[in-house]
Write a protein that binds this ligand. Structure first.
Ligand code: PRT
Ligand code: ZN
Length: 289
């Protein structure tokens, strides 16, 4: 891969996005060693450095061009505003920003939050949500341990990230509303130079290839020649499959890719209903469209 100058990619140093970010970069073909406590590593086979940062700092580093690419949760991007360009949702780091109240609270719906205090690390997103719903409540900014705020009398409600929900259950909090759905995003510095943009586009193609590959299946099956038209009609993904004649002239082997848009098991059921048999399903390592 050719580029004038080294490209820097910022990822979380440790935490919930770390493992999946490393896995994605490795599957994109970047070769590097991981050293404990190193703030950056060189990629062996491409002119790329990987920077390890706190997730909250990543948008700023990418905005200022210290790194050209970054991986960060959309929760942080939404809170900060349009500092960087969003390139690709990455299908990991899923969570939701939710408003919750103590189980015993008399608050039953978000309209009951009028005049109340809501503890959060996301005051911008919360304020925007409250004003859209015409609710006058006061965000209380806390950097961490938001879930303990009601028990300490600091707030009447919280607005915090939830993934499994176990933190809310442990602190006897009840969900009122989801404010934001979040996942990790690949972001890019705005107004890149042309050579960096070309490099970033190549990496983006690889990231999409990895993602599409992960979500696709390669399917091979045998079917009666007579059902070929029905199969093509009923399975959109089979409109232009590879078809091979079998030794038995009344049978064909069909090879196709089931994409994320198709419900996998539904397609398998249709294949069987159309007389398909000996269905072999394989993972797809990369799918480059
Ligand atoms: O040190 P650094 O600042 O980098 O790490 P951090 O502690 O700020 O971040 P980290 O690793 O907790 O989260 C990084 C990113 O992961 C977040 O910005 C989100 O995009 C995403 N993410 C996904 C989450 C969660 N799920 C999540 N559950 N971030 C935080 N939480 C916290 C939440 O705040 C609450 O305290 O987990 C708790 C709730 O989890 P459950 O499973 O009990 O519901
Ligand atoms: Zn953080």
């Amino acid at each position: 891969m050719q580029s004038n100058g080294t490209l820097r990619i910022a990822i979380q140093k440790s935490g919930r996005l770390y493992d999946s970010s490393i896995a994605l970069l490795q599957e994109m073909g970047l070769e590097f060693e991981l050293y404990r406590d190193r703030l950056f590593v060189n990629v062996r086979n491409m002119p790329i450095d990987i920077l390890f940062l706190r997730d909250d700092d990543i948008p700023e580093y990418v905005r200022d061009g210290v790194a050209q690419l970054g991986i960060v949760g959309s929760n942080i991007l939404e809170e900060r505003g349009p500092e960087v360009e969003n390139l690709l949702p990455l299908n990991f780091g899923y969570c939701r920003l939710k408003i919750a109240v103590p189980e015993q609270s008399k608050v039953q719906c978000i309209q009951d939050l009028q005049g109340m205090r809501i503890a959060t690390s996301y005051p911008t997103i919360l304020s925007r949500f409250l004003s859209q719903k015409d609710i006058k409540a006061t965000p209380i900014l806390l950097r961490g341990s938001v879930e303990v705020a009601p028990a300490l009398g600091v707030s009447d409600a919280i607005c915090d990230l939830v993934s499994t929900g176990s933190t809310l259950r442990t602190h006897r909090l009840r969900v009122l509303e989801t404010v934001l759905e979040s996942q990790a995003i690949l972001v890019c510095q705005k107004n890149l130079s042309t050579d960096k943009k070309i490099f970033v586009d190549k990496l983006l193609m690889r990231a999409k290839g990895v993602q599409d590959g992960r979500r696709c299946k390669y399917v091979m099956f045998n079917a009666p020649m007579s059902s070929l038209d029905v199969i093509k009609e009923r399975i959109p993904t089979c409109r232009s499959p590879s078809i091979m004649q079998l030794a038995d002239p009344s049978m064909v082997a069909i090879h196709t890719v089931i994409t994320p848009e198709d419900a996998f098991w539904d397609v398998i059921e249709v294949i069987r209903a159309c007389g398909g048999s000996d269905i072999i399903v394989s993972p797809v390592e990369k799918l480059i469209r």
